[in-house]
Ligand binder design. Structure first.
Ligand code: AKB
Length: 321
């Protein structure tokens, strides 16, 4: 059985990935770590946890040894928009953590899951059906750190035998933990505001198409990639994966199917808009589909039904507290 360390377990993906992994691999085999943001109680009570600053290699090494870890899921990242506010801090956190994960796992030839992003692409990348292997010259510090991390993953695999694998995630939409500091965050906020106010002011313009994915597909894709037969992997770091591509008008129309009075307005954030304009409209993820059988389950319609139901229930619960 794998012994897994999840770094960044309090974040949007980590807070759902930890219980998902614990169900598959056993509660005691998945160690949840956090640094500044405390873990939700459910994660603390559900299995082992540690507070750690993963930018410190010695501290990370100690935790890996203490729990006999053989696999790391590294979810620490300062996202795209937040990164532009403090590029130096973003680079340090994103890169030091990534580098330390690979360094620590090189001794034991362990495995590292590293999420990359649509943010790894840039304005010179072909924007439609963006190929798996293509020009990658991102213009954000986040994107630059993602490309560097992808290359490091291949390097540590080739040079040291670290089983490094990763996905280029699109915007992830979820109803448990809010994202923070991303360019695609609007696609989560819109559901919360629709339920609270029946209207939303979007900071990206109509016609801004971006790839997106619902959290259940994001969790499943990470595990399926890490369980994939290595002999079948032509690529490793990292695979394009997507479930849908839409613009703000399309997500608003999907919400209006259930809430005809929903209103969408715009107040463009120039920094986020410039970032979104530099990213693909839609990725080609056929390499993931061919090499390890990736298949999305949720589309815009089915995700919207589930989001409206789950977020409504969540907001009703918090209203009565
Ligand atoms: C962001 O918007 O920065 C992230 C991402 C697409 O990587 N959600």
């Amino acid at each position: 059985m794998k012994k897994i360390l999840v770094i960044g377990a309090a974040g949007q993906i980590g807070s759902e990935l930890v219980p998902y992994l614990r169900k598959i691999y056993g509660d005691n085999n998945v160690v949840a770590t956090y640094n500044y943001t405390p873990l939700p109680l459910e994660l603390v009570e559900g299995g082992p946890s540690e507070k750690i600053d993963a930018t410190q290699g010695v501290a990370l090494n100690d935790i890996v040894k203490k729990h006999s870890i053989d696999t790391i899921f590294n979810l620490v990242a300062v996202l795209s928009a937040k990164g532009e506010a403090n590029p130096q801090m973003s680079w340090k956190i994103n890169m030091d953590t990534t580098f330390n994960c690979f360094e620590v796992m090189k001794e034991i030839k362990g495995a590292v899951f590293m999420p990359s992003s649509i943010g790894a692409f840039g304005p010179t990348t072909p924007p439609d059906h963006t190929p798996q292997d293509t020009l990658m010259r991102p213009t954000t510090i986040y994107g630059i750190s993602k490309v560097a991390a992808e290359l490091l993953g291949d390097y540590y695999y080739l040079k040291y035998g670290v089983d490094a694998r990763g996905l280029r995630y699109p915007g992830i939409i979820s109803n448990v933990t809010l994202p923070g500091g991303g360019t695609t965050d609007y696609a989560v906020e819109i559901y919360y505001e629709a339920i609270k106010k029946k209207s939303y002011t979007c900071n990206l313009s109509a016609g801004t198409f971006l790839d997106m994915m619902y959290m259940p597909d994001a969790l499943r894709s990470a595990v399926e990639l890490m369980e994939a037969d290595p002999a079948k992997l032509v690529h490793r770091n990292c695979f394009n994966v997507t479930s849908m591509s839409f613009d703000p008008e399309m997500i608003a129309a999907a919400i209006r199917e259930h809430m005809p009075e929903f209103r969408l307005e715009y107040n463009i954030d120039p920094i986020k808009q410039a970032i979104a304009n530099s990213w693909p409209n839609s990725m080609d993820d056929s390499a993931a589909r061919q090499e390890w059988g990736w298949k999305h389950e949720y589309d815009l319609k089915t995700m919207t039904i589930d989001m409206l139901e789950k977020v409504s229930a969540k907001l009703k619960v918090s209203d009565t507290r």
